[in-house]
Design a protein around this ligand. Structure first.
Ligand code: NAP
Length: 328
């Protein structure tokens, strides 16, 4: 099969398309999916450099997220049938076929094309669990969404507006129109302005109730600074700009806020009931029209290295995808 193989941990340029990768076999509890489109995520960029925790070692077929048709079932699979269209995660998504755990796949919403469902389990579920189940988002809250023009960020803006929040988004200046069109009340260029001063000004000095923090580095420190004292929550979902830290002394004295970690793989594994609740709520958002069919920018598999390099260099907006086969 056609697949995008990572030869070494030297970044996106160390990936190349091959035409003779072996089609994987669904083991017990797994399904084999013919990939319609694969989602490109920041995790893929990290994985190309070996900075994603627990990822595969090269050489390996890259990609974590895909949507497509189930074509074979492993032993013991009863809840999924051949012919079902599902979205899910696993290793080796940048290929014509991939294997997924049957208990982790989600049906493509009724009436949606496969590619319109991309992002449901990574972008939307991440935003939903972080803002609602962990952030306890409620109407009237003020929410700061870092990297609001990205895949997770765009979902988060829509979710926060749906639940009645005032939304402050951050993004590179060229992406501000996109964030405003999604409904954000304010957009800040966090690369070129004083984020902490701007958020304080917009909140009358009070700070925000929730920060969705995916950027890390100095921005993580800024997120902690602008969280409302005592009740404010910083939900940490990413480290795009590098590691950062806060000490117990700071949490005690200068920054008494809630810092909450969230990683979807852990959520699914250690809090399956919470994840089920997230999927249930996303279904309600779809019914209400607050979560519309997605419109990812789709590229051929061979463009994968270029697409990942653009994601790494902050040149992209919204959800990106790769189509493994011209015939799909
Ligand atoms: N915890 C989880 O379960 C989970 C699940 C999915 C994703 N994530 C995390 O959520 C974040 C967003 O993921 P995504 O796939 O939707 O990517 P994305 O937001 O579409 O792309 C990353 C964006 O982050 C911004 N950014 C800020 N600092 C950056 C830096 N130093 N390097 C690169 N980009 C930087 C850029 O937007 P601007 O140009 O506007 O700054 C860039 O376009 C990532 O950190 C990812 O690891 C976490």
């Amino acid at each position: 099969m056609r697949a995008l193989v990572q030869a070494s941990l030297d970044g996106p340029e160390a990936m190349q398309v091959v035409g003779d990768a072996a089609v994987p076999v669904a083991g017990a509890g797994e399904v084999l999916v013919r990939v319609g489109v694969a989602g490109v995520n920041f995790a893929d960029v990290m994985q190309t450099r070996g900075t994603y925790d627990g990822g595969p070692r090269p050489p390996y077929v890259a990609g974590f997220e895909a949507v497509g048709e189930v074509v074979a079932l492993g032993d013991g699979v009863t809840d999924v049938a051949v012919g079902d269209h599902v979205i899910g995660t696993g290793y080796g998504a940048f290929a014509e076929f991939m294997v997924m755990a049957a208990n982790g796949v989600v049906p493509v919403p009724v009436g949606w094309k496969d590619e319109e469902a991309l992002g449901l389990v990574l972008n939307w579920a991440t935003a939903q669990v972080s803002l609602r189940q962990l952030g306890r988002l409620a109407a009237g809250d003020t929410v700061l969404i870092q990297a609001a023009a990205g895949g997770v960020g765009q979902a988060a803006v829509r979710i926060a507006k749906y639940y009645g929040a005032t939304v402050i988004g951050t993004a590179s200046a060229s992406k501000h129109d996109v964030v405003r069109r999604l409904g954000a009340d304010h957009v800040i260029d966090y690369r070129d302005s004083d984020l902490v001063a701007e958020v304080r000004r917009l909140t009358g000095g009070r700070g925000v109730d929730i920060v969705l923090e995916s950027v890390g580095g100095d921005t993580f420190r800024h997120s902690v600074e602008v969280a409302r004292r005592v009740t404010g929550k910083v939900v940490v979902i990413g480290v795009a700009g590098g590691e950062s830290s806060i000490s117990n002394w700071e949490l005690n004295f200068t920054h008494p806020v809630h810092v909450i970690g969230q990683h979807l793989t852990s959520t699914i594994q250690h809090a399956p009931d919470l994840f089920a609740e997230v999927l249930e709520e996303l279904g309600q958002l779809i019914k209400a029209g607050a979560y519309p069919p997605g419109s990812p920018t789709v590229y051929d598999l061979a463009d994968g290295p270029k697409v990942l390099a653009e994601l790494e260099s902050r040149a992209t907006v919204g959800k990106l995808a790769l189509r493994p086969s011209a015939g799909n």
